[in-house]
Design a protein around this ligand. Structure first.
Ligand SMILES: C[S@@+](CC[C@H](N)C(=O)[O-])C[C@H]1O[C@@H](n2cnc3c(N)ncnc32)[C@H](O)[C@@H]1O
Length: 241
């Protein structure tokens, strides 16, 4: 990727610094030790702390926005899997007081100015109507960083995240206004191409994006669909009216 702004070189200046090591013991499993070591040595974690973002994930959205100009003042945005709130922070800073952001997560999220959160499973049948009511009008962007807890079984993790992204896409088709955009996290594993092809029917441009802040050794990718055309089903029912 040519644009590495926000990358390790500008992010934390880790090059040349001593890597922090974590001891096993203290009741830590090997995978907990590895996770902690990775966090301590991650330039984006350090940068998020310095710049006041709630998560390193904020840099993924910042980078995607820098490349594709998704966020604008006054927009209405739905943030799916919003905890702890990094993406909402990035969005709130751009949309400002004339915009509206609603977020949902299984986990409770600390309140944030300019954003309304609900603690609910997005797969709950009530969730779409609750979010639609909170937003109070068509959305400009539906963004999903949802990820179920990893099982460690690659195929299962892939299928679960694709299931979440597909449900988010269904919801996006219901709530997006014309020209709206959909952004969702997926894990590579074979079926992410089908989601992309499906989105091509309703969006002018669909692509996979791998931001620099997404760990290179992870199969994580984002699907970005822009230029929502409106569903044929919605158009057909309004023709009949
Ligand atoms: C990677 S984190 C999101 C980080 C967030 N974008 C940020 O910038 O802070 C993924 C989130 O998805 C949430 N999640 C997973 N499955 C969900 C579901 N079915 N409904 C709502 N949230 C879900 C998890 O609880 C977790 O907080």
């Amino acid at each position: 990727m040519s644009d590495r702004r926000g990358g390790a070189s500008s992010g934390g200046g880790v090059r040349g610094e001593l890597k922090q090591r974590v001891k096993t013991g203290r009741g830590r499993t090997l995978s907990q030790k590895r996770w902690l070591e990775r966090q301590l040595n991650d330039p984006y974690v350090a940068r998020a702390k310095r710049e006041g973002y709630r998560s390193r994930a904020a840099y993924k959205l910042l980078e995607i926005d820098e490349r594709y100009k998704l966020l604008r003042a006054g927009q209405k945005i739905v943030d799916l899997g919003a905890a702890p709130g990094g993406w909402s922070q990035v969005a709130a800073r751009v949309v400002g007081p004339s915009g509206r952001i609603v977020g949902i997560d299984l986990l409770e999220i600390e309140p944030m100015a300019g954003v309304e959160f609900i603690t609910l499973d997005f797969l709950d049948p009530e969730a779409p109507a609750r979010l639609t009511g909170m937003l109070g009008g068509p959305a400009d962007l539906v963004m999903s960083d949802m990820a179920a807890n990893a099982t460690g079984h690659k195929k299962t993790d892939h299928l679960r995240i694709i299931g979440l992204a597909e449900t988010a896409a269904e919801f996006a088709r219901e709530i997006l206004g014309p020209g709206g955009a959909y952004l969702a996290k997926v894990l590579q594993g074979g079926t992410e191409g089908a989601l992309l092809n499906d989105l091509k029917r309703d969006f002018a441009a669909v692509r996979h994006v791998k931001p620099a802040a997404s760990r290179a050794d992870s199969s994580e990718l984002y699907v970005l669909a822009t230029g929502y055309r409106g569903t044929p089903a919605a158009a057909a029912s309004s023709d009949e009216d």
